[in-house]
Design a protein around this ligand. Structure first.
Ligand SMILES: Nc1ncnc2c1ncn2[C@@H]1O[C@H](COP(=O)(O)OP(=O)(O)OP(=O)(O)O)[C@@H](O)[C@H]1O
Ligand SMILES: [Mg+2]
Length: 257
């Protein structure tokens, strides 16, 4: 059986010549969590954006459930229902309540009946500890709370795959953990995810496999334990050295690694 998502030799450039992805391949199985790490500008966001059709690709192919995605198709709504994405900036509609933000796509795009969508939104909000904010507006929430709502909004569409692009990067440090915990819970419940993060200890805790990307190429991939304790390539070693591993030890205990 093919993997749920197969990325085969994907080539991407923005200007018709300089490749930003130089033939990237990756496989994601159902229930698996892949963490994508690498230096700034290496192509992590680009890869995620290609996967859910926000960017066209110039070479290779991306298959979902064994079928190549046709990125030339105008309407990629169906694809985006199957592949949800959460961004660094939560992009909630400011004039709508939290509940209305969450039920918007299920009711307007997926055709779910409003009452059912509301009921499910409340269940999801409850899971992330935010049921009491259902009637609030985004401006009344903290950054961490808004990001948890953005995750709930993606979950409300029942995607097969969730993509996370540095969702904690813009948050104050004290709010990072509450968002990472939601993602750890999703991983435990068997969600299929690709996560781009600079939180290395979280990456080690949540990943089934780590992919290290540099200058548009996958340089190394491995199980998180071996990747973080003994990276095989010099480039990955250099990259990991930037993060102060000593200060991370305590947090590792916190994450039960
Ligand atoms: N819309 C765009 N138009 C032109 N070039 C782009 C565009 N988006 C990204 N790039 C370029 O593509 C390369 C990869 O960018 P990308 O945003 O994918 O990196 P990244 O790994 O996500 O970096 P970061 O960790 O800083 O978020 C960079 O050189 C960037 O300047
Ligand atoms: Mg990025």
């Amino acid at each position: 059986m093919p993997a749920l998502l197969e990325i085969k030799n994907v080539v991407k450039n923005y200007d018709g010549k300089t490749p930003v992805l130089e033939g990237v391949s990756l496989e994601l199985n159902r229930g698996e969590v892949i963490v994508l790490i690498g230096p700034s500008g290496c192509g992590k966001s680009t890869l995620l954006r290609c996967i859910n059709g926000l960017e066209a690709i110039q070479g290779g192919e991306i298959c979902l459930e064994g079928k190549a995605i046709d990125y030339n198709k105008k309407d990629l709504t169906g694809l985006r229902q199957k592949i949800g994405m959460v961004f660094q900036s939560y992009e909630l509609f400011p004039h709508m309540t939290i509940l209305d933000n969450i039920i918007l796509a299920p009711t307007k795009v997926a055709g779910v009946n409003k009452e059912r969508a509301k009921k499910e939104a409340m269940e999801l909000l409850n899971k992330v500890g935010l049921a009491h904010k259902a009637k609030a507006y985004p401006r009344e929430l903290s950054g961490g709370q808004k990001q948890r709502v953005a995750i709930v909004r993606a979950l409300a569409m029942h995607p097969e795959i969730l993509l996370f692009d540095e969702v904690t990067a813009a948050l104050d440090p004290e709010m990072v953990r509450e968002v990472l915990d939601v993602m750890l819970d999703l991983a435990k419940q068997g969600s299929t995810m690709i996560i781009v993060t600079h939180e290395m200890q979280f990456a080690e805790a949540v990943a089934d496999r780590v992919y290290f990307l540099d200058k548009g190429n996958i340089v190394e991939t491995g199980r998180p334990k071996s990747f973080f304790s003994a990276p095989k390539t010099e480039r990955a070693r250099q990259f990991l050295n930037i993060f102060e591993f000593e200060s991370i030890k305590d947090e590792k205990e916190e994450y039960n690694i």
